[in-house]
Design a protein. Structure first.
Length: 81
């Protein structure tokens, strides 16, 4: 419950047909924490980042230091630069 009060932005997750291209450094960071199947699914999801003001792959959002939680199709973001 504490995470919800810290979230400055609540962003909805959009699904895409084609997977996004994600930098190898980002996927290497997540290899131990997320299964390959889950990583493949996450590459087909996108969010509109409040910091970058553009659509980014959910994998990049998940690896960001501002990521708080993912609950029922939404992402909690701290929104700190």
């Amino acid at each position: 419950m504490a995470d919800q009060t810290l979230a400055k932005h609540v962003i909805s997750i959009e699904s895409c047909e084609k997977p996004f291209k994600v930098p190898k450094s980002t996927t290497d960071e997540l290899k131990g924490a997320v299964s390959a199947k889950m990583l493949g699914r996450m590459k087909k999801e996108a969010v509109v980042c409040p910091l970058e003001q553009k659509q980014v792959c959910f994998v990049q959002c998940f690896a960001c230091k501002n990521f708080l939680h993912r609950i029922r199709g939404t992402v909690g973001c701290k929104g700190e630069p």
